[in-house]
Design a protein around this ligand. Sequence first.
Ligand code: AMP
Length: 214
Amino acid sequence: MNLVFLGPPGAGKGTQAKRIEDRYSIVQLSTGDMLRAEVTSGSDLGVEAKGLMEAGKLVSDEMIISIVANRIDQDDCKNGFILDGFPRTVNQAEALTDMLEQKGLKLTYCVSLKVDDELLVARITGRYTCAKCGQGYHDEFEKPSKEGVCDKCGATEFSRRADDNEETVRSRLEAYHNETAPILPYYEERDLLRTVDGMAPIDEVTKELNAILG
Ligand code: AMP
């Protein structure tokens, strides 16, 4: 099963992708995570991407398309994958279609998670993750049961993304509406689009997704 998760930042793509990953034994490919790893490693690519990411702008289509094309070829993608954060422009969506065709693969669905902008700002500016295992938390909506201790692994160090501040979030939402939302009709025309209510509680969204994916 090969999926695209589409939705504004904070819609819950990453959270849901992690759950789908386990259920269907496919891998989540987050282009944001890949780029953050490049930034941390200090590679040429990371240096190029850093400023754009901090400003909430998109990195170039060429850069991201080649990263994804290489990643899909790796062994762990054999069963399938969930693209989270890619495609982000109509140009990237077209490139993905061509790329999959060349590899003899097809997209199963594009799942769109719909959420209002104001809720997104609240979700994003409060979110943080365990620095050790990556478990996600939120200042208001999802606190660990013991303050300052990760429920999953017991670690006490947490981190926040540099671009999860209100100003950058507004730019990222603008980029979503201007550049990413126009992808929806692209997938609708190909009968691949499935829409879920991303405002519902996390477990409800998972149920809706499971019903779609079978
Ligand atoms: P995300 O973790 O998906 O919110 O991505 C964080 C940042 O990485 C974005 O604001 C962009 O600067 C960059 N980025 C991630 N995926 C893409 C993509 N497909 N195309 C262009 N830029 C991207």
